[in-house]
Design a protein around this ligand. Structure first.
Ligand SMILES: *Cc1c(COP(=O)(O)O)cnc(C)c1O
Length: 397
């Protein structure tokens, strides 16, 4: 049984703040600062360049990949950490298109995060081989998986609504139609049980600064199914994905398996923080995490709906169809969120009218949920949000 009181003590949460935005940026794990300082002082400081060998820096991207792999059901040795999620989307998509040279369509849904769609657009332009990005409503995806689809590229949990796609079913449908699948796990990894191997996913990508708490700008990850690992074309053919980087050959030869998804020099300091963040997951049972996430989300919905009839639930009502976030729509949602933050309850806002609340059992309990709902009720019932200072827009919402 997972001890969530114990996991909560592993985070450094500011006093007086109720944090419901771990779906966007996870909080600081207590061990991260000391770990980074150790790496700076004992490794970078003392070992200088010999740290690449003596401290094993060069192996960290694969080692951390395996730690994440355990949380997403990946086979050992098939997840690599590095770069940003946008870059990992580009790599996975390019490899998938190269594996289906006779097909021209990338299929995605209108709930996908913009960067995934932008990266697809950019890749299509760069390839200049007549590919098309077909974007349909999330509920129409299954019917749109036709014989011209090369790659089905979906984010499993919708960043706005929390809507959860059926990874098993859609992967099966895609394979039956001869298409490859790319699953973006940005809002799944660390949020709910994921089984990429069991689902038969071809590629999966994700970031580590949301539910995995790796820190702002922490490196991303990519999974390539073992059956494709030695055939996936590395479009970003950087030297560290080469079969023998330190032979300094003139021409590129891809490394074996997932190693070819490396690009350049890994971020050693950022990986130290991520490593500390992943320690928190060591004793966590994902089924227990999911059960608690559902309980917290259901409690929040019940409390908010009872007190705030002016808010509309924008997430699926059935918890089996949601990730680990709950969204409410309200025309002045931006101002409401600013008022909430000013009152110590942090969620976030996504245009045009969505207020998001993430439920992260590692450090969020029932008291937090009740307090957040009560604060929201106060702000709504007293129209506190309508003060001018809550309407001024910041760059990051
Ligand atoms: C958060 C998120 C991203 C962010 O990409 P970065 O390159 O890390 O900035 C991309 N895709 C999805 C689905 C996300 O939720």
């Amino acid at each position: 049984m997972t001890d969530f009181n114990a996991t909560k003590t592993m985070f450094d949460l500011p006093v007086g703040i109720t944090y419901l935005d771990g779906n966007s940026l996870g909080p600081l794990p207590r061990a991260a600062g000391a770990r980074m300082q150790e790496v700076m002082r004992d490794e970078w400081g003392e070992m200088l360049i010999t740290g690449w060998n003596r401290a094993g820096w060069m192996e960290h991207p694969a080692r951390l990949g395996d730690r994440i792999g355990r949380l997403i059901g990946a086979e050992t040795g098939h997840v690599m950490v590095g770069d940003t999620l946008s870059i990992k989307v580009h790599q996975a998509l390019a490899a998938a298109l190269a594996l289906r040279p006779d097909r021209s369509v990338i299929l995605s849904d209108s709930g996908n995060f913009p960067t995934d769609l932008y990266m697809a657009e950019g890749l299509i332009k760069a390839l200049d081989r007549g590919h098309r990005l077909r974007v349909v409503a999330p509920e129409e995806i299954a019917a749109e998986i036709t014989g011209d689809v090369a790659a089905l590229m979906l984010t499993q949990v919708d960043y706005r609504t929390g809507r959860l796609h059926d990874m098993d079913g859609l992967t099966e449908t895609a394979h039956a139609a001869g298409a490859l699948t790319i699953w973006d796990l940005a809002h799944s990894a660390g949020a709910l049980p994921v089984d990429v191997a069991g689902a038969g996913a071809d590629f999966a990508v994700g970031c580590t600064y949301k539910y995995l708490n790796g820190g702002p700008g922490a490196p991303a990850f990519i999974y390539v199914a073992p059956r494709l690992a030695d055939r996936a074309e590395p479009v970003l053919s950087g030297w560290l994905g080469h079969a023998a980087p330190f032979d300094f050959e003139q021409g590129y030869r891809p490394g074996a398996g997932i190693a070819r998804m490396r690009v350049g020099t890994p971020p050693v300091l950022a990986m130290a923080a991520l490593d500390a963040a992943l320690d928190v997951w060591d004793g966590v049972d994902m089924a227990a995490l999911r059960a608690r996430s559902v309980a917290l989300s259901e409690l929040f919905i019940a409390e908010v709906e009872a007190a705030c009839p002016m808010l509309t639930l924008a997430s699926p009502r059935d918890p089996a169809l949601r990730g680990s976030q709950v969204s409410f729509a309200f025309a002045d949602g931006y101002a409401v969120m600013q008022a909430l933050i000013a009152h110590g309850v942090i969620g976030d806002f996504r245009a045009p009218d969505i207020m998001r609340f993430g439920f992260t059992p590692l450090y969020t309990g029932e008291d937090d949920v009740r307090h957040a709902a009560a604060t929201l009720a106060e702000i709504m019932q007293g129209r506190v949000w309508d003060r001018p200072e809550y309407h001024a827009r910041a760059a990051v919402t």
